[in-house]
Design a protein around this ligand. Structure first.
Ligand SMILES: C[S@@+](CC[C@H](N)C(=O)[O-])C[C@H]1O[C@@H](n2cnc3c(N)ncnc32)[C@H](O)[C@@H]1O
Length: 256
């Protein structure tokens, strides 16, 4: 039977790799590296750098594959994601059949941690359920962008004894500030923080965390909002892409 390792590689700094992740890399016969087009070439580059630094096993090889693009026209969000996952599942099936022989191990290098806003695990489950290729799999955790954000700002994620909501830009308005004192926001293409009108809200923002291009800004939301927007716009134009994450907070430790 074939075996798959889904390895969390951290959020951009090759030193985020845990000892467990390095050992897992060295159990693999084949390392699968996704490419996401020229704009995000840096992300594939981080994976190549990780392999070059840490893979010591003789004879293992790297296979790069293009990730299918998501189509959105004329589809609901859920239909579009479901269709996209189905096409990635087919790409995975082809890769496993073509690149791994019976008894071999393949590794998928997943950005951050595979449990956080990443679908590799559910797509691998989908491939298994289809039954065309027989394999087992394990998941190796990694440092998430949320951990990298808190570390760079030198803050704890939660206020003492208080909950945190992890959400997307699309759904931020449903949670902060009414329902939660701390919201961590990922996958925000619309800069949803702009619409938060609360004089007490604070923001901790970070882009390209863990990489040499890392930018962090924090402060009272109404005071730094414009600075984040202009910094983000300038960086996105200069780099051709951006990945950013932020934490919105209201209140303090020991508030009731
Ligand atoms: C598809 S999710 C993947 C999250 C990843 N599995 C993790 O554990 O961080 C991509 C989102 O993660 C955040 N992200 C990932 N890496 C980042 C980085 N180095 N700097 C800033 N944000 C990052 C951004 O919000 C981005 O839109």
């Amino acid at each position: 039977m074939r075996h798959i390792l889904i390895i969390g590689i951290g959020a951009g700094n090759p030193e985020h790799m845990t000892v467990q992740a390095i050992n897992a890399l060295n159990r693999a016969d084949v390392l699968f590296i996704p490419t996401k087009g020229a704009k995000k070439a840096e992300l594939a580059e981080v994976r190549r750098d990780i392999c070059a630094r840490y893979v010591t096993r003789p004879g293992s090889r790297t296979v790069e594959f293009a990730v299918p693009m998501r189509r959105t026209e004329g589809r609901s969000y859920t239909d579009s994601v479901d269709e996209w996952h189905a096409s990635i599942a087919t790409a995975y099936e082809d890769l496993l059949e073509r690149e791994l022989s019976d008894g071999q191990t393949g590794a998928f290098l997943v950005w951050g941690d595979p449990m956080l806003y990443d679908s590799t695990i559910r797509i691998i489950e989908r491939v298994r359920a289809r039954g065309r290729v027989d394999f087992g799999f394990d998941v190796i955790p990694g440092i998430t962008s949320l951990q990298a954000l808190c570390a760079s700002h030198r803050i704890p994620l939660n206020l003492v004894g208080k909950p945190v909501e992890i959400t997307t830009g699309r759904r931020l308005a449903e949670s902060f500030p009414e329902k939660t004192a701390t919201a961590a926001v990922m996958l925000d293409g619309e800069q949803a923080f702009q619409k938060v009108e609360d004089p007490e809200a604070e923001i901790y923002w970070g882009a390209y965390l863990g990489t040499p291009d890392e930018i962090v800004i924090s402060g009272r939301l109404d005071e730094v909002k414009e600075k984040i927007l202009s910094t983000r716009k300038e960086a996105r134009e200069r780099m051709g892409w951006i990945m950013d994450i932020y934490l919105l907070r209201k209140g303090a430790d020991f508030d009731d």
